[in-house]
Design a binder for this molecule. Structure first.
Ligand code: TYM
Length: 327
């Protein structure tokens, strides 16, 4: 069985970008792999978070994991902060990371650009992410395209550790499909759809009400012309919507083109909204039930107990190899 690990930051509403790029993949992978799915609260605080909002979002994202179909009897679901070994291995790996490597990270450049003071945590973020992955000796990492560079750095750090201290860490691999890797913003297809975008019309949140979803899609920017044709170079906005459609309706791009031949954008966008509602409405219903039931705390406790066994073993061995005295 392969080990699969991934995480999502509890730093705002999850969007259909998070769902397509990450969460829906988690649900698929849980059946045939040993899976670890985290809520990465230690990463969330690399940008300022209100304590109450952080608590609420951590519980909300955990409930969404369950509502989307992650089964806690198959996968370990846990909060990163519940396992101190993340911070500990994070520090050990920070000491193996070069400034130049972190300076090259595009996510760091994006998140720090235009800011007067930049937190050190935002800078060392990728070393902590490497620790998340290497702690579980994970083989496959399902993430969107924006995390690719972080996975490459993780591989470099694993390699660096292994060549200095002896073969130990498993080399992780990116798990991504072409269409789902990068869902773009609804108001500008040159930007990634993001939960931190201040314009809520730019994204669809997983918890948006059906009517909000319909409204946002009817207003989504489309390219000039009227043909529903997949041409990311010349028609990036419609190509993005087709990618979303393909994912939610489980239809190929060719099938979508055939269905809407000669029909224009109107019917396509209307149907797309209904495809989204058909998938998201039942998830929202389950989400409300899960929040009411109070079951999240127990799931997180069990997940952390399972994950800690592996994480603690890994960090102990890493410390031994690095020369720490162990009691
Ligand atoms: P985060 O919280 O920004 O996003 C969570 C996941 O959603 C994916 N994603 C997208 N995929 C496609 N299109 C989009 N528009 C889109 N927006 C977000 C992200 O690629 C990600 O997979 N650093 C990570 C969290 C993390 C992590 C880890 C992931 C921490 N430790 C260890 C994997 C393994 C992050 O900030 O994700």
């Amino acid at each position: 069985m392969k080990r699969v690990l991934s995480g999502i930051q509890p730093s705002g509403q999850l969007t259909i970008g998070n769902y397509i790029g990450a969460l829906s993949k988690f649900v698929k992978l849980q059946h045939d792999n040993r899976c670890f799915f985290m809520i990465v609260d230690l990463h969330a605080i690399t940008q300022p978070q209100e304590p109450e909002a952080l608590r609420e979002q951590s519980e909300s994202v955990s409930a969404l994991y369950l509502a989307a179909g992650i089964d806690p009897s198959k996968a370990s679901i846990f909060l990163q902060s519940h396992i101190p070994a993340h911070a500990e291995l994070g520090w050990l790996l920070t000491t193996l990371t070069y400034m130049g490597e972190l300076e090259r990270m595009t996510q760091f450049k994006d998140k720090s650009s235009g800011k007067e003071s930049i937190g050190v945590g935002l800078f060392t973020y990728p070393s902590l992410m490497a620790a998340d992955i290497l702690l579980y000796q994970a083989d496959l990492i399902p993430v969107g395209d924006d995390q690719k560079q972080h996975i490459e750095l993780t591989r470099d750090l694993a390699h660096r550790f292994n060549s200095r201290f002896g073969e130990f860490f498993t080399m992780p691999e990116l798990y991504m499909d072409e269409l789902g890797g990068r869902v773009m913003s609804l108001d500008d297809a040159s930007k990634k759809m993001s939960k931190s975008n201040p314009n809520p019309a730019s994204f669809i949140a997983m918890l948006d009400e059906p009517d909000v979803i319909r409204k946002k899609l009817s207003r989504a920017v489309t390219d000039s012309g009227r043909e529903v044709k997949y041409d990311p170079q010349n028609k990036p906005e419609i190509a993005n919507l087709m990618g979303i459609y393909s994912h939610f309706a489980e239809m190929s791009i060719a099938e979508i083109e055939a269905r809407y031949e000669g029909q224009g954008y109107g019917p396509f966008k209307k149907d797309l909204a209904e495809q989204l509602v058909a998938v998201l409405e039942p998830i929202q219903q389950r989400y409300r039930e899960i929040r009411k039931s109070g079951e999240v705390a127990g799931v997180l406790k069990k997940g952390a107990e399972e994950a800690a066994v592996i994480a603690n073993e890994t960090v102990l061995e890493a410390k031994k190899r690095m020369g720490f005295l162990i009691n």
